[in-house]
Design a binder for this molecule. Structure first.
Ligand code: HEM
Length: 473
């Protein structure tokens, strides 16, 4: 081992030790754990290739695995019953994990990161905006924006599919959040700012972030500038909307619903809170769905027979028109494709929690303030629940099959009180966008090999996904 590597290890360990001094030292017997040495524990394996490392750990050591990074105790739980206890039945003993709280510099005190009574108030205020009937009104916007993108695809033959889906889902979430108050120029600016914010998210586990973020790093400065610009844009839209006097009944946007929301004591959200919620919706609601759509097209390309089945359904149900929300009950296979993609490539590939009090599980005592993760990536590919778990089989999603699954063997949107508030929005958007595109074009992956995955807060393809567009007859 070179001197440089040793020095780097010592420095990393030193900073991890300082950064995480609040962690309780674990004195209880530990669950099985992959071998490790040194101060850093499993840091390197986790940051190098978390999908492989977590999967292999669970395969070798079972449903409860202990890992350590510096002084941080990490537990992987893999049994659906334990996941249900953490997310649902015993959720009061858990907070969001430390890693997610780093994202507060972007998301502020929005729904994703807030806790306790404050979170509950916000969740109640936001709930009507995500009511099924309400979001169905966004279906038309979703299809119109997709059609606009397809018009552009008429003039080109090659695209980066991930980039295109990111742009499309951003347009959709912007239009549903703000309506027409945001012009094209501002929309482009928001897109760029969100890219900078996502870049920052991906930085959180990096060596440079842990060691050097107290310095004026270009990444950090770029992020701060972008965040200031985004705040200005959002505050301006809120100011205009408040001044416009539009009544909630005439305002079909998510922002309008948020502005109209009132607590029992008659109070609404402050401008700062509205900003935090808007940024949360932007970030939680666009990249996840873009990743889902990107992987869906990739899987359809890899499984031509399944693609033909999808096209057959779209031709039969839609003929030569675009889908509407009313078609969704008849687009069974389309919805199965979405479900199966969420199983194989869950955009939220793990959910994490920190336990407030010690937690007993599988005969072990997990001390308070441990970081506990349940990985959709692993549980969704467990052969105990899914036959041929690595294969793309949309047909498996029958009512009987779903009823036979343990409740938390499949949880792409999490569960319990912190269940994704946008899950119905995302499922509808994915089905409508998929149907609108697949009815008209085929997307052939033209990358050289399997796309490399990039698991950070979300799971996305690392280098995008180059695709050739072929128009269907
Ligand atoms: C395929 C798309 C999506 C996936 C896979 C996904 C996944 C998730 C998951 C797993 C959680 C729970 C995190 C936890 O328990 O720690 C969550 C929370 C959340 N999601 Fe989504 N999401 C998606 C789309 C959306 C959309 C479209 C929106 C909004 C328009 C949205 C807004 C949120 C918000 C605000 C929360 C926090 C809810 C709370 O804690 O009360 N998500 N999402």
């Amino acid at each position: 081992m070179s001197l440089c590597v040793v020095l780097k290890d010592i420095l990393e360990a030193y900073f991890l030790e300082i950064c995480m001094t609040t962690q309780v030292i674990n004195r209880s017997p530990l669950p099985p754990s992959p071998p490790t040495r040194g101060f850093l524990g499993h840091y390197r394996q986790i940051t190098n290739d978390p999908l492989r490392f977590f999967s292999e750990s669970v395969k070798s050591y079972g449903d409860l695995v202990y890992l350590r990074v510096g002084k941080i105790n990490i537990y992987l739980i893999n049994d659906p019953e334990d996941i249900e206890r953490m997310l649902v039945t015993e959720n009061r003993n858990f907070l969001k994990p430390k890693l997610l709280h780093l994202a507060e510099e972007t998301l502020g005190n929005g729904l994703l990161t807030s806790e306790g009574k404050f979170w509950l108030r916000q969740r109640r205020l936001a709930a009507p905006a995500f009511h099924k009937k309400r979001i169905e009104e966004y279906g038309r916007t979703m299809v119109e924006r997709t059609e606009k993108m397809l018009d552009f695809w008429n003039r080109t033959s090659h695209i980066d599919l991930h980039e295109a889906m990111m742009a499309l889902t951003l347009e959709i979430v912007t239009a549903t959040l703000f309506g027409t108050d945001i012009g094209q120029e501002q929309e482009r600016k928001v897109g760029h700012i969100l890219e900078v914010a996502l870049d920052r998210f991906m930085d959180y586990q990096s060596f440079a972030y842990i060691l050097l973020d107290w310095l004026p790093r270009p990444k950090k400065l770029r992020f701060r500038k972008a965040k200031r610009e985004l705040d200005e844009i959002i505050f301006e839209i809120i100011r205009k909307r408040r001044a416009s006097g539009i009544t909630p009944e005439d305002d079909p946007t998510l922002l309008g619903m948020y502005l109209a929301a009132r607590d029992d004591d008659g109070s609404g959200m402050s401008d700062e809170q509205l900003r935090d919620e808007a940024i949360t919706i932007f970030l939680a609601g666009h990249e996840t769905t873009a990743n889902l759509l990107t992987f869906a097209f990739y899987l359809l390309y890899r499984n031509q027979k399944k693609r033909e089945l999808l096209e057959e359904e779209l031709d039969r149900v839609l003929g030569d028109r675009n889908p509407t929300v009313d078609d969704l009950p008849n687009l069974m296979y389309t919805k199965q494709v979405v479900k199966e993609t969420l199983r194989l490539f869950p955009p939220a590939w793990r959910v994490g929690r920190e336990n407030i009090e010690s937690w007993r599980i599988g005969g072990y005592e997990i001390p308070a303030e441990a970081q506990i993760f349940a990985c959709q990536w692993i549980v969704h590919r467990d052969p105990r629940w899914f036959n041929e778990p690595e294969d793309f089989i949309p047909e498996r999603w029958t009512e009987e099959f779903e009823a036979s699954l343990p409740r938390y063997a499949y949880f792409p949107f999490g569960g319990g009180p912190r269940l994704c508030i946008g899950y119905a929005f995302a499922e509808m958007e994915a089905a409508l966008v998929l149907a609108t595109i697949a009815r008209q074009v085929r997307l052939e992956y033209v990358g050289k090999s399997e796309p490399e995955l990039y698991p950070s807060i979300t799971l996305r393809p690392k280098e995008g996904l180059p695709a050739e567009i072929q128009r269907r007859g």
